[in-house]
Ligand binder design. Sequence first.
Ligand code: PGA
Length: 254
Amino acid sequence: MKRMLIAGNWKMNKNNRETLDFISKLNDLLGDKKYNSGILICPPFSSIYTAGNAEKNNQINVGAQNCYFEPKGAFTGEISIDMIKESKCNYIIIGHSERRAIFNESDELINKKTHAILKSGLNPILCIGESLDERQTNKTEEILTHQITEGFKGISEDEVEKVVLAYEPVWAIGTGISATEEQIVETHNFIRNLLSSLYPNQFKNIIIQYGGSVNKANADSILKIENVNGALIGGAALIAEDFYQIIETAEKSL
Ligand code: PGA
């Protein structure tokens, strides 16, 4: 069966009370059903302990949106992977385009974080994607090749299955304009193909999520695409009912 991971990236939204409220609603909606798709919510740091320790369906995983690669020390404002682990998180998003653009994160830094996350036994969700200008000037493949080869540098075939790759065209994030089905098919095929040259034994098992204006209306056509193994969802993941609908859609596409 195709691997599938439906993840909510809450960004800088929801305090502790709102987090508990969301979890309680999602719990009720999921009920006792057993899902083959992975389910993940990534609240802001201030709410991950609450989310990780909340009474909830054990199919709801909790993740963080960032981390630092050093284990401890004088890094004001940063959070270590062990601290995140304490909140019962098992995924960490890294290299989101907002972190690359607003906080100047480089591929080198993202690669260091990827290694540290894998070493600690958690799953990195490594985000890649081209800007509008790069797409319009036909640089998409070049940009993605660079982000993947640099981001995956030094990651062995044995550990690569734990890395989730999230393809998020920057121009589709938060704009309400998702990439077209044709663009997603083409780009995900390109990514899978590139992974096949780097990881000839494992490339088929790597989760490649699509992200960028995924919602309950377009989820079906996106999640049905062969090389799409789930979605990284911003806006629509803030509403429990919408997030649940997308999980159900993913489940039906398997
Ligand atoms: P969006 O965000 O679904 O609101 O476009 C996706 C993301 O940034 O991960």
